[in-house]
Design a protein around this ligand. Structure first.
Ligand SMILES: *Cc1c(COP(=O)(O)O)cnc(C)c1O
Length: 433
């Protein structure tokens, strides 16, 4: 399959080039040129498939035969290797727990898959690949852990100083090996701008092989389709119908994957684009006006995005027609105080601990579900990743999974840089292979 640029439909690329470059030369994002509808046989087999098998069938049209089918089967089995249970929270709302991977957040899924696809493509290449990633919290740890120890690839994680939690920070600043963490004196948007500028800098492009691992990379967001199918299958097994899926959103990669799953035939009724007060997309759905803003810091910090990079992909999926988008997606904005109130209420009433991001998904369903509908929200991170917020509300400790304890015991090792592009550039020229 070929992939086109969102800036120019006639600019096409093959898979390998699209994955290694991340961004198209005209600065557009790559999209699959067609979205195949899954065959009847897939739906018959779905209830008995595990995540690896679902991944293989759903992603095969995009990744094979560039990656031979046999190898791709192994790759999907390895990438999707942890459980994603659908956990009942209240009468008609369940949590799709995406946080049982190595860094306790859903980004592990895309990152583990991307690292394996990239390793496949770089085998036998003479140049070293340098992955640049800007993170508002969870991307950095997922990508760093996904690539840790992968030969021929070095990862540089840029994050805003003082704006990610200690737990998040420890998960990508303590790894060593092929992972370098860079603390930027600025915001997440500054980090994202530095990465984007590096990709557009001709001098850097001539001297280094640079690539992205943010959700702008095809091989990061496409694999996220897997759990929409898996969650749906579990809901159906539990006798649910009229399924509404709420997606706590920041850069909108996760929701893009959901919409592509929908176009491949996933029979959910509706999606909710749930945001914190960084409400650019819900505002757009309401008014038709898309106006990016500076990001505002909130307790759901992995969603603090003022100019969501993937939204253009969603617009593309609906031929840029607002009415089309509104038929499938409803916006919801959750103020900070509702995040806190929801964590407290669900802990008290349902004995379930929400993290601040999942709390936004849950809240949106309590507001928007109609009679007889079933709501599934994506629980994007484990509550133990946000102890400062969660423990103060529920007035008790959140139990830490062992893999988190191991990170916390590690020693932080970072490079410090300003938000100035020239200093970032000379840093890269000095250290990158
Ligand atoms: C990244 C992230 C989000 C937002 O996902 P997008 O794909 O950027 O919309 C939500 N919750 C958590 C915990 C995250 O890490």
């Amino acid at each position: 399959m070929q992939f086109y640029s969102t800036n120019n439909v006639s600019h096409k690329s093959d898979l390998k080039n699209a994955v290694i470059n991340g961004l198209a030369p005209d600065k557009g994002l790559y999209m699959p040129e067609e979205i195949p509808v899954l065959p009847e046989s897939f739906w018959i087999d779905l209830p008995n498939m595990n995540l690896g098998e679902i991944g293989y069938h759903v992603l095969k049209p995009y990744f094979c035969p560039t990656i031979p089918e046999g190898e791709f089967k192994e790759l999907t089995k390895e990438a999707f290797n942890f459980p994603i249970p659908l956990q009942k929270v209240s009468e008609n709302i369940s949590s799709l727990e995406l946080f049982h991977g190595p860094t306790l957040a859903f980004k592990d899924i895309g990152a583990r898959f991307l690292a394996r696809v990239m390793a496949q493509f770089t085998r036998g290449m003479e140049h070293h690949i340098n992955v640049l990633v800007a993170t508002s919290g969870d991307t950095g740890s997922a990508v760093a852990n996904g690539f840790l120890g992968v030969d021929g690839v070095d990862v540089y994680v840029l994050y805003p100083k003082g704006l990610v939690s200690e737990v998040q920070e420890k998960q990508f600043t303590t790894l060593g090996q092929n992972i370098t963490a860079i603390e930027i004196d600025g915001t997440f948007d500054d980090c994202q701008r530095l990465v984007k500028s590096a990709f557009m800098d001709e001098d850097l492009q001539n001297k280094l092989v640079l690539t992205s691992a943010n959700s702008i990379n095809l091989a990061r967001f496409l694999p996220q389709m897997v759990y929409y199918f898996y969650g749906y299958a579990q809901a159906v097994k539990q006798g649910k119908k009229d399924i509404i899926v709420s997606v706590p959103s920041g850069n909108f990669g996760n929701l893009t994957a959901g919409i592509i799953a929908y176009k491949m035939g996933l029979p959910v009724k509706h999606f909710i684009a749930a945001t914190n007060i960084n409400d650019i997309v819900p505002k757009y759905l309401y008014s038709g006006i898309y106006s990016p803003a500076k990001s505002i810091s909130t307790p759901a910090n992995a969603m603090d995005v003022g100019d969501p990079s993937n939204f253009v992909r969603i617009q593309d999926l609906f031929d840029k027609k607002l009415e089309g988008i509104k038929n499938v997606i409803t916006g919801y904005v959750c103020p900070n105080e509702d995040i806190f109130a929801m964590i407290e209420k669900v802990f008290t009433d349902n004995d379930y601990i929400l993290d601040p991001h999942g709390a936004i998904g849950y809240k949106s369903l309590t507001e928007l579900l109609d009679e007889g509908e079933f709501g599934m929200f994506l629980a994007t991170a484990h509550p133990a990743k946000f102890p400062e917020t969660v423990e103060e509300i529920i007035k008790q400790k959140v139990e830490q999974p062992d893999r988190l304890k191991a990170f916390l015991a590690g020693k932080k090792d970072v490079e410090e840089l300003s938000e100035d592009f020239e200093s970032f550039k000379s840093f890269l020229l000095n250290v990158c292979k």
